[in-house]
Design a protein around this ligand. Structure first.
Ligand code: MOS
Length: 723
């Protein structure tokens, strides 16, 4: 139970985020965005802006900063602004003004007159369904259409037709924006030919590589620093528009440049979660065993089609045992803000559909919804030979049912005065992944050690995990460890994305620590060293040999050394050919719907999770409860509303609803702990994203239990619950 090491700095305002960095001579940039959703920029009259007080530079597609499209194996191509006159969404960055002060840059930007050759905008996912196009291969490079059929079965439709009980329904989920507390922003400084960019992101080395690519620089001359990150959730995986523009103008002007998106711009000039439409058919035996599962998905994308929300591939592909399975994914390119990874991409919206459908099947079968899920527990993804490495989903449901008091639930809900009370459950699954990561462990003569990697802690608790795993691996106290993150000059760590960072970095720490201990023992027993010629071992921070012991710092001091370092690297390997890997969870929700006002309040939440070994209970719990809160948000609050002309109607915190404290009850998070050493040496699987998976369905299922009204879209609003 270790508190977040960076907590005190954050809550006292002393943590320096990217934008908190200031330099002598610094100029300020302001991003100009489009006011149409589709067309070509005909002209930009910048005369008034150029001659406005304090203005140092005005950049646009007519007077662009030269930027190339960077490409990386992990992220693919990343869009860079101002390189052409095409506008494909409302709020697209089309200009950049740099001035002596922020106010001067903002005021000058307001003087720019833009004229467009406007074209009609396509903004409706519903209208685009009929001419949707097949998606490119989905995560894991699976084709957009997958079918697994039992012997002798001709088609999924045959399997459904032969099923005694069938439910079929269409579900819809809203587009969302990450809306991280820290807006996308950067401070860029050039010094002696080296570019340093201070900007919150999910992996400093990735950002350094993208900036080097965009500016055509040698990677060694770019340094990206992200000491603190005010929320990321997938939306800071790629380098942001302010970072590209600040870096390029800092070079052009020879001065440090600071730039940030406004809160309103964050809703368009970044990228968010796609809206989805999902059609599900479930066919089952009267005892609940699934015979057939069909899940067809459509999602919105921006016109470059670069991101697909893998709803069915992230859920129905793997979650339940079924003899027959068919999933498909199509995309509808629209003139809407770009789409990208957002916490549990695929799994979050996909689980709303699948877990709502499972609840509908339980109702049709007159069966307890937990019992239905237990009957369809899988030992491997359908049609794949690789069994799950470690799976205790059934235990999650059983423990959860006891903790929650599920036995008291009535299939018709119950009332408490003017409140209709309902209970719902859902399954949560998220794949357990790792990325390649390198960590350096340094033993120091002052009896401390440094654990360093360029990965990021966007609020996940990774910094604290580095310290704990470092201490365990070196057999010393966590107080003696200095963890370091968030600097591309450090060894290339994993990315804080895909719920991978703890498993990736921890495995590398164990390797680095074992190596530095070996090196220490070799040095301690070398000729002239304190343990010359002796058999030495290491325990409890000490070198032991010949009946004597010395602390590692003493050994280093005796050797006249300040420190001793070693790096360790790890990457997914052979284990991927032997098992399938995922984390598991059971989500429980109680809602109270007011009989007369139809207001929905979430009154209890419980999540029971199997994520392998838990390294730090406190930060793990915090991650999970944060994800569960996001699930409530998805279920009852959050939607980016796009008007027919492409303008977001609620691109600010007044109109874009997220839950506040009063919307969230106490959250009970419980872990069943089975270290998964088939996945990695530390035995931990990812838990960054699974907390939000399934939760929205648990809320909707509880609303159904309370009211008898099945709402097949999120967010659920009062109008949906009027009789
Ligand atoms: Mo997150 S969607 O795994 O970056």
């Amino acid at each position: 139970m270790t508190s977040r090491l960076d907590g005190p700095l954050k809550v006292t305002g002393r943590a320096q985020y990217g934008l908190d960095h200031n330099f002598p001579g610094m100029a300020y940039g302001y991003v100009v965005v489009s006011t149409i959703a589709h067309g070509e920029i005909a002209a930009m009259n910048v005369a008034a802006a150029v001659s406005a007080p304090g203005v140092l530079g005005v950049y646009s597609p007519f007077d662009p900063l030269e930027l190339r499209t960077p490409s990386s194996p992990m992220l693919g191509d990343t869009w860079v602004p101002l390189q052409d006159k095409e506008v494909t969404y409302y709020g697209q960055p089309i200009g950049f003004v740099v001035a002596e002060t922020f106010e001067q840059a903002r005021d000058a930007a307001a003087l720019i007159e833009v004229t467009y050759h406007e074209r009609p905008a396509r903004t409706s996912l519903e209208d685009g369904l009929d001419d949707a196009i097949e998606a490119a291969p989905i995560t894991g490079h699976e084709p957009p259409f997958i079918e697994v059929l039992a012997d002798g079965v001709e088609s999924i439709e045959d399997a459904l037709a032969a099923s005694p009980v069938v439910v079929q329904a269409t579900y819809r989920t809203a587009g969302q924006n990450h809306a991280a507390m820290e807006p996308h922003s950067a401070v860029a400084v050039w010094e002696s030919g080296v570019l340093t960019v201070y900007s919150g992101n999910q992996g400093a080395f990735l950002q350094a590589a993208e900036l080097a690519g965009a500016l055509d620089l040698d990677p060694s001359s770019v340094r990206a620093i992200n000491p603190f990150v005010g929320g990321a959730f997938g939306g800071k995986g790629r380098t942001s528009v302010p970072a590209f523009l600040a870096a390029a103008t800092a070079r052009a002007l020879g001065r440090p440049v600071k730039a940030a998106l406004t809160r309103e711009q964050v809703f368009t000039a970044t990228a968010g979660r796609a809206a989805t439409v999902q059609k599900i058919s479930l066919g089952a035996e009267p005892d609940g065993s699934l015979i057939a599962l069909r899940h067809d998905s459509w999602c919105s994308t921006d016109v470059d089609r670069s991101f697909v929300e893998p709803t069915s591939h992230g859920t129905s592909r793997e979650w339940y045992a079924t003899q027959n399975l068919a999933i498909s994914q199509k995309i509808v390119p629209l003139n809407v803000p770009p789409t990208t990874f957002m916490r549990a991409p695929g799994e979050a919206p996909g689980s709303f559909a699948l877990e709502s459908a499972m609840d509908e099947l339980a109702v049709a079968l007159n069966m307890d919804p937990i019992e239905l899920r237990l009957r369809n527990n899988s030992t491997a993804p359908p049609g794949r030979d690789l069994q799950w490495s470690s799976k205790h989903l059934d235990e999650c449901f059983r423990i959860g049912a006891t903790r929650f008091g599920w036995a008291n639930r009535s299939p018709q809900g119950h009332t408490d005065g003017d409140w209709l009370v309902g209970h719902g459950v859902a399954t949560a699954v998220f794949p357990a992944l790792r990325f390649p990561a390198t960590v350096e462990v340094t033993l120091r003569a002052d009896e401390t050690a440094v654990v360093a990697t360029s990965g990021a802690d966007p609020g996940t608790g990774l910094l604290t995990v580095l310290s704990l795993v470092g201490a365990e691996s070196l057999d010393i106290s966590p107080d003696a460890i200095t963890p370091r993150l968030g600097d591309s000059a450090l060894p290339p760590g994993g990315m804080s994305g895909g719920s991978t960072a703890t498993a990736s970095a921890s495995t590398a720490i164990m390797i680095a620590a074992a190596t530095v201990i070996d090196d220490l023992l070799a040095a301690a027993s070398a000729p002239g060293a304190p343990f010359e010629g002796e058999d030495v071992t290491y325990a409890d921070g000490q070198v032991l040999g010949g009946g004597r012991s010395m602390r590692f710092g003493e050994v280093l001091r005796a050797l006249g050394r300040e420190s001793l370092s070693a790096q360790g690297s790890s990457a997914p390997g052979e284990e991927m050919t032997k098992h399938s890997f995922a984390s598991w969870g059971a989500q429980f929700c109680e809602v109270r719907v007011h009989k007369w006002t139809r207001e929905t309040r979430v009154s209890r939440l419980l999540g029971v999770f199997d994520a392998g070994r838990i390294i730090n209970d406190k930060t793990a719990r915090s991650q999970i409860s944060g994800g569960m809160i996001w699930g409530v948000s998805a279920a009852l609050h959050e939607a980016l509303e796009i008007e027919p002309n492409g303008r977001p109607a609620n691109a600010d915190f007044a109109g874009y609803l997220v839950p506040v404290n009063a919307d969230i009850p106490d959250i009970d998070v419980h872990f069943v702990e089975y270290p998964d050493t088939l996945h990695n040496a530390i035995g931990a699987r990812g838990l960054g994203e699974i907390g939000t998976v399934g939760l929205a369905a648990a809320v909707a299922n509880a609303v159904y239990n309370a009211t008898g009204i099945r709402v097949r879209h999120i967010p659920i609003v009062i109008e949906d619950l009027l009789d």
